[in-house]
Design a protein around this ligand. Structure first.
Ligand code: TYM
Length: 332
C-alpha cells in the first residue's frame, strides 16, 4: 500500500484540452504524479449532464485521454481511468444522494449557471453534479484535489457530504478533501476575448491540438484596445490577458520587450500578437504531434484504460464494502 497522499482530479470529455486546462491543472499534475498517489479520471458520466446524447462519446473520451497522455501523465505512475469504468462511484453517489438536500443543491453557482444556459434541460444530474463529484473524490479517500478556482464551490460541497456522512452514521470514515493549489494562488488562465477565463465552449480558447494557422488566426483576432496614450498607464483587461498568456509561453526577454514598449507607448499590437502566436506554436507543436500519434494507437490506449480501471477498483471496492457495512446493509 502506498503511503503517499491520495489526490484525485477529473476532467469532462466535452471538448479538447485548452491552455487553461494545461497551465491551470495538467502541468501541475505532471509534477505531482511522482510525489503523490495520483488519480486522474475522465468524467464521462458527468458529461451527460450537459451533453445527454453525445454524438460520439467514445471518441471524445479517447481524444481527452490521448491529450492527457501526450502532456505527460504517466499511466505507470498515476492511476488514469474512466469514470464509467468505476461503477462503484455510481453506487456511492446513490448513497450520498439520500443525504443531499434540494435547497443546498439548488443554491450552487454552477447549477444556477447551467440552468440558465440550458433551460430546456435542467436535469437531476445537473442538480446532483456536486454529489457525483464528491463520490469521485471520497471513494479514494482523497485528501487533496487540484482544481482551478472554478471548482472551489464543488469542493466545498464534497467536504460537506463527507462530513455529513460521518456525522449521520457516527463514524470517522471519510476524509474531508481540500483544494490543492500548488503552493500558489489558484490559477486562472484568461481567454482571448478580453473577458474571463479560458473555457471549452466560450469560443475564447487556444487548444493543444490547434495547428499553426489556427493559432495565428485566433491570436491575431484577439481583442485589443487602441493602445496606450500616456506612459506607464494601467493595461486594460484584454491587454493584461495577452500578457498573462505571454508570461507562460514566451521568454522573459520577449515579455519585457513588449512590456517596455507598452509603457513607453511604442507598442504595436500586431507585432506583439505575431510574436505571441509564434511562441504558442513552439509550445503546442510537439504536444500536438504526440496527441495524434497516441490517438491512433488503439492497442496502447486500450492497455492504459484497462490498467487504470484495475488500479482504481482496488480502493473503490473496499470503500463501497465498508460504506455498505457502516450504513447497515448486511449479507444474509
Ligand atoms: P473541467 O472539465 O471544467 O476542467 C478540468 C480541470 O481544469 C481546470 N481548469 C482551469 N484552471 C485554470 N484556468 C482555467 N481557465 C481553467 N479551466 C479549467 C479545472 O479547475 C479542472 O481542475 N467538475 C470538474 C470535473 C470533475 C472533477 C471531479 C474534478 C468531476 N469530478 C472530481 C476534480 C475532482 C470539471 O468540470 O472540470
Amino acid at each position: 500500500m502506498s503511503e503517499k497522499e491520495i489526490v484525485v482530479s477529473g476532467i469532462r470529455p466535452t471538448g479538447n484540452l485548452h491552455l487553461g486546462n494545461y497551465f491551470g491543472a495538467v502541468k501541475n499534475f505532471i509534477k505531482m504524479q511522482h510525489d503523490t498517489n495520483a488519480h486522474f479520471f475522465i468524467a464521462d458520466y458527468h458529461s451527460l449532464t450537459t451533453h445527454p446524447t453525445p454524438a460520439d462519446l467514445h471518441n471524445n473520451v479517447r481524444q481527452v485521454l490521448a491529450e492527457y497522455l501526450a502532456c505527460g501523465l504517466d499511466p505507470e505512475v498515476a492511476t488514469i481511468y474512466l469514470q464509467s469504468d468505476l461503477p462503484e462511484t455510481a453506487e456511492l453517489y446513490l448513497l450520498l444522494n439520500m443525504n443531499a438536500y434540494l435547497g443546498e443543491l439548488e443554491r450552487t453557482t454552477s447549477f444556477k449557471d447551467k440552468a440558465r444556459q440550458q433551460p430546456e434541460n435542467v436535469n437531476a444530474g445537473l442538480l446532483t453534479y456536486p454529489v457525483l463529484m464528491a463520490a469521485d473524490i471520497i471513494i479514494h479517500g482523497a485528501k487533496k484535489v487540484p482544481v482551478g478556482k472554478d471548482q472551489e464551490q464543488n469542493l466545498e460541497m464534497a467536504r460537506k457530504f463527507a462530513k455529513r456522512f460521518n456525522r449521520m452514521y457516527n463514524v470517522d470514515y471519510f476524509e474531508e478533501p481540500i483544494p490543492y493549489n500548488f503552493g500558489e494562488e489558484l490559477v486562472k488562465i484568461p481567454g482571448l476575448d478580453g473577458s474571463g477565463k479560458m473555457g471549452k465552449s466560450e469560443g475564447n480558447g487556444l487548444f493543444l491540438i490547434d495547428d499553426d494557422k489556427t493559432i495565428r488566426k485566433k491570436v491575431m483576432k484577439a481583442k485589443t484596445d487602441s493602445g496606450p496614450t500616456f506612459e506607464n498607464s494601467e493595461k486594460p483587461q484584454e491587454i493584461k490577458n495577452l500578457f498573462t498568456i505571454a508570461n507562460i509561453v514566451s521568454s522573459q526577454d520577449t515579455v519585457k520587450f513588449f512590456d517596455d514598449a507598452y509603457n513607453n507607448c511604442s507598442i504595436r499590437y500586431g507585432d506583439f500578437k505575431k510574436q505571441l502566436a509564434e511562441d504558442i506554436i513552439t509550445f503546442n507543436t510537439p504536444i500536438r504531434e504526440k496527441i495524434a500519434a497516441i490517438y491512433a494507437d488503439e492497442v496502447y490506449l486500450s492497455k492504459v484504460v484497462k490498467m487504470g480501471a484495475e488500479k482504481a477498483r482496488i480502493g473503490a471496492t473496499k470503500t463501497i464494502k465498508e460504506v455498505r457495512e457502516i450504513i447497515g446493509f448486511k449479507p444474509f
